[in-house]
Design a protein around this ligand. Sequence first.
Ligand code: NDP
Length: 283
Amino acid sequence: MRISGKTLVAGVAGSPVTHSLSPLIHNAWLQAAGIDGVYVAFPVQDKGFEAFVHGLRGGVIRGLNVTVPFKERALALADAASPRATEAGAANVLVFGEDGAIAADNTDGVGLLGAFKIQAPGFNVADGPIVILGAGGAARGAATALLAAGAPEVRVVNRTRSKAEDIAALSGRIYAYDLADAGAALAGANAVINATSAAFTAGAGLDLPLDGMLRLGVAMDMTYVPLETPFLARARNLGHATVDGLEMLIGQAEPAFEAFYGHPPPASVDVRALVLAELERRR
Ligand code: NDP
């Protein structure tokens, strides 16, 4: 890679962020597309997030992906936001205009739905209730994206019930459940998505009655290390289709790349293979 005076800079801001796979993905696309650009990770301290982002106004860099724990604050500081970012109450993409304005977007929902399309092509979002485990920023974005895509009902199951209720307040089609009531939430469900940062392993007190799901239901885990989490392995053994978090990661990166550089990512790069090789190297 050659850095020139015209090199376009973008990156990902978070804490922690040095483990992020986004630089690997975006730089591979930049190189294949022949774009004079570079994508880096910016570890940002909690107190300094707003000052960091405001300091980039005016086109110093093209754009930022934003990750844990700053997605809500990213939306709050933007001058404009897409409807899907506003609905999700969080932004994972900030685009910097030359006039100094910052536009927020949320591509996590696109990534989630795209992952289902690729790995569970028989899945129809409109066919029945969808259960989301967890009520953090990722769950909130998933719930609003699923409703917008036609899900008839979303059931949010969370350890801290009040956070599930906060998400349920967004729509009359979202319902809150305690973790202890996961069985009731899963009864008759069309799909279950793990959007917690917990492993959900058998024997860890978070064993889920996945057999209550509709036959041929789909299980998805936003976590991608390991690629097949204990939760996904169990769902697969029960005969459910599974969708992994890596496909979502790649799916959310695609529209972000286009927003930063004005080109869709080149199809010639097998980013999934690239990321899998990197994960293997890190093991
Ligand atoms: P948050 O920190 O905002 O939320 C974490 C959630 O996990 C909360 O609901 C929390 O419950 C729950 N939780 C944590 N530990 C446990 C436990 N031991 N038992 C039960 N529940 C638990 O995180 P995010 O919403 O931002 O992200 C969630 C996960 O999704 C992360 O692993 C993240 O890496 C992943 N992710 C993946 C993406 C992808 O592209 N593949 C995109 C976005 C996120 P409580 O409210 O009770 O604390």
